[in-house]
Design a protein around this ligand. Structure first.
Ligand SMILES: [Zn+2]
Length: 305
C-alpha cells in the first residue's frame, strides 16, 4: 500500500493506493500559499509539515500497511537534492526539504516531485505499457507540463523541464508572472482565457462562465477559447518537433472545455507540424479526473529512478 498526495491551491488531497487503484481518498482544507504570506518562513514551514503529517498519520491509522509516500508539489524540485528549490505558491520558502522533514515526522520514505510530472507519470501508468513516452499538458490557472520518456519521468538537470506554460508564443505579448512577455499560459490557461475575454469585452468572467457563454454562441467567448487553442497548438508543435512524442494527454480543470479549444488547436497544429507528422500525433483528454496526480505520486514513491 502506498500514499499519493496532491498539494493544491486550497486543499491537500491524499489517496491510499492498493494494487495501483485508489481505495480511499482523504482531504483537508489547507492554503499553503496563505500560510506563507502571513507567517515567517520558519513558522510557515512548521505549519505546512504539521498539516501534511497529520493527514498522513490519519491514513496510516486506518491502513498500517502503507510503506511509502509520494507527493506532487507545485514547484521546482531539485533532481539531485530533492529539495523544493522554489515554488510560486510558497512565497519566502527556498530550498525546503519536504521529503526529509516529513519522513522524520511519519517514519516512512517520502518522495517529492513536481505536480505536473507526477500527473504525467500517473497518466502513463494508466495506459498499461501501450506507449513508451507521453507529454502531459495540465491546463489550469496556469499551464504545467510533464514528460515521460522511455517509461521514466523526465525532470531535467534543474527540475525545470517542461515548463511549457512559459514557452513564448506571442513575442512582446502579455506580461507573465515569470517576468517575460507572451508566455503561452497567458493565453491558453483559465486565467489567459479570462484575460482574452476581458480585453475584448471589458467584462470580468471566469473561464468556466466564459465556456458557458461560448457554448451559447457568444463570439468574444468563442474567440477567447480559440486564442487558447491556437497558442497551445503553437507550443505543442514545437515540443513535438523537439521530442517526436506521439501521445499528448490534456489534463487539468480546463480540459473539461477541450471541445471549445479543439477545432482551433487541431487546425493550427496541423498547419505548424512538419507535413509528414500531420495526423500522427494523438491528442487525448485525460479521463482520470483529478486522480492522475495522486496515482502518479504514489507509484513514483517506489519507482526506480
Ligand atoms: Zn512566463
Amino acid at each position: 500500500m502506498l500514499i499519493g498526495m496532491d498539494v493544491g491551491g486550497t486543499n491537500l488531497r491524499l489517496g491510499v493506493l492498493q494494487a495501483g487503484a485508489v481505495i480511499e481518498e482523504m482531504r483537508v482544507a489547507a492554503n499553503f500559499s496563505e500560510i506563507c504570506k502571513t507567517h515567517t518562513p520558519d513558522e510557515a514551514w512548521q505549519q505546512i509539515l504539521t498539516i501534511s503529517a497529520d493527514l498522513i498519520k490519519a491514513a496510516l491509522k486506518k491502513h498500517p500497511k502503507i510503506r511509502a509516500v509520494g507527493i506532487g508539489f507545485p514547484g521546482f524540485i531539485d533532481p539531485v537534492t530533492h529539495k523544493i528549490s522554489q515554488s510560486p505558491n510558497l512565497p519566502g520558502l527556498l530550498n525546503v526539504d519536504l521529503s526529509t522533514d516529513l519522513s522524520a515526522l511519519i517514519g516512512l520514505p517520502v518522495v517529492v516531485e513536481n505536480d505536473a510530472l507526477v500527473a504525467a507519470y500517473g497518466e502513463f501508468c494508466s495506459l498499461n505499457g501501450a506507449y513508451s513516452d507521453l507529454i502531459y499538458v495540465g491546463l489550469g490557472t496556469g499551464v504545467g507540463g510533464g514528460l515521460v520518456l522511455n517509461g521514466r519521468p523526465f525532470a531535467g538537470q534543474h527540475g525545470m523541464s517542461m515548463e511549457i506554460g512559459h514557452m513564448i508564443t506571442v513575442p512582446h505579448g502579455r506580461l507573465c508572472g515569470c517576468g517575460n512577455h507572451g508566455c503561452m499560459e497567458q493565453y491558453a490557461s483559465a486565467s489567459g482565457v479570462a484575460i482574452s475575454y476581458q480585453e475584448a469585452t471589458s467584462k470580468k468572467n471566469t473561464a468556466d462562465a466564459i465556456a458557458t457563454l461560448a457554448r451559447a454562441g457568444d463570439i468574444a467567448a468563442i474567440n477567447a477559447y480559440e486564442t487558447a487553442g491556437l497558442n497551445l497548438a503553437n507550443a505543442v508543435s514545437h515540443m513535438v518537433k523537439v521530442l517526436d512524442v506521439r501521445l499528448i494527454v490534456i489534463g487539468g480543470g480546463m480540459s473539461q472545455a477541450w471541445g471549445l479549444l479543439a477545432p482551433a488547436f487541431q487546425r493550427a497544429l496541423d498547419a505548424a507540424l512538419i507535413p509528414v507528422l500531420r495526423g500522427k500525433i494523438e491528442i487525448r483528454v485525460s479521463t482520470s479526473g483529478d486522480q492522475a496526480g495522486i496515482i502518479g505520486a504514489a507509484l513514483l514513491s517506489v519507482a526506480s529512478r
